[in-house]
Design a protein around this ligand. Sequence first.
Ligand code: C2E
Ligand code: MG
Ligand code: MG
Length: 508
Amino acid sequence: MFSRFAGRNGLWVAWTGHSLRAVPLGTLALTAAWCGGAAFALGIAARAWRKLRRRDRLTGLYNGRGLLTRLQSVLTARAADNADLLPPVAVAVVDIDRFRWLNESLGYKAGDEVLKVVARRLEGCVADRGTGVARMDGDTFAWVMPGLGDRAAAARFVSRVVDEVCKGMTVGGRLYRPTLSAGIAVYPDDGAEAGVLLRHAATALHAAQAEGRGVIRTYDPAMSRRFQEQFHLESELLRALANGEFVLHYQPRVQLSTGAMSGVEALLRWQHPSLGLLPPSRFIDVAEETGLIVPIGEWVIHAACRQVKQWQAEGLPPLRVAVNISPRQFQRDDVVAVVAQALEEHGVDPAWFEVEITEQVFMGNIDEANRKIHAFRRMGVCVAIDDFGVGYASLSTLKHFPVDCVKIDRSFIRDVPASPEDAAIVSAVIELGHSLRLRVVGEGVETPEQRMFLEARRCDEVQGYYFSHPVPPEKIPNLWRNMSRREKSGAGASLPGCLCTAGLSSEP
Ligand code: C2E
Ligand code: MG
Ligand code: MG
């Protein structure tokens, strides 16, 4: 900035950036002092800024950038040494289970409090074994463990940390006990670069979370493959929806007292262009996880309504069609409106429509679930609890929710009448259902003995391969005629109603 000494009268000739000027010496000294100070201050500010950029504001922990820098330097040092002789470096990523739920139920301030307590506890546990805990984002924390032996030792250490952190705490005046899920990746086996290692630890965390709460998993390449497949499946499902590759098959429900077809359940199938007809078990979980079940489910509701009208146009009497509503669909505010709109659009009487929900919906907001069930009932739509007995609901659920129908899960039907325990459970559910004036449906009936058992206990309706597999819609009219012929001849109630011999009931 300043160029040349001019000597006389205490003047410097200074380059000011634009021109040469004479500057008094005093001014120059002050300017120099200011500049030196400023440079010093700037140095401090820059360091503080760099530090700040590596710190999380809420907890004071490192942030993701800070952790990555530290991990990089640990790995660089390791690569310079003889890595084979040194213990592996493990990275742990942990996440608070159901943190969103906590935020939504107790508020964000309470959520912040929990984050601070978890951060403090993690730091306390990890201090002498790790390189400092980082808050990656939201409710996810991570740290590096440079010398813990092997994978198993890392998992044992993380498990101890998680146990310590998950002790109870008071939040907003209430006792709260968090659970944490964790994923671990180990250098050099799971990745030689910091970014890859961290990503693989996060993949292990996602795999752990998919298994439930409080699970700890170490990385396995199969996890990445699974997630890639899921990603692929997700984009294929989107294409399937756009290209109209979904179809509905229908499984008859049979009235046990008459042997007549009382309705059908619509069951989703994917007519895959290269893999053929795929059952829901191949894609429904990914659809549910990604939220694609919402548009797919809407398509199902409309397709089932269209089909009911078509059967009626073909001369069939009205048949009640049951449609499965996934928990994610049911959670949506517009679920009742979507059904109402489809019924109106296709001119279907709500009395011939049934929604099947699972016990899982009672795990969320119970008042909300109750409100929606009431709204369906007011519309005239029937509500059934599907797969009853395998979920979280207790028998008292039936008393509290105004449903019309309960479907006993096929895992209880499978071993009746041979298993006294299952026989007792099935009998109790039928009896309780009747005392609450509910229709009771037995699912998965495959043998004449199962049918007779249910008939003797006055189960109202049954569904299962013994009567018919799910079939394409064009096969339903024939099945209906066969069943009503048996009903008229009086064979329906006393003889096995198996239609397998008619060659109509197996799924193509
Ligand atoms: P679910 O609603 O309980 O449907 C009954 C399942 O049991 C069907 O399997 C049916 O084919 C099978 N099944 C019926 N009778 C028998 C039997 O006698 N023995 C045995 N072993 N199985 C029998 P599917 O069609 O593979 O559907 C499986 C599940 O996928 C359904 O269970 C339902 O939870 C779900 N799902 C099907 N369609 C839809 C849909 O449109 N939307 C949603 N959200 N879920 C659907
Ligand atoms: Mg069902
Ligand atoms: Mg079921």
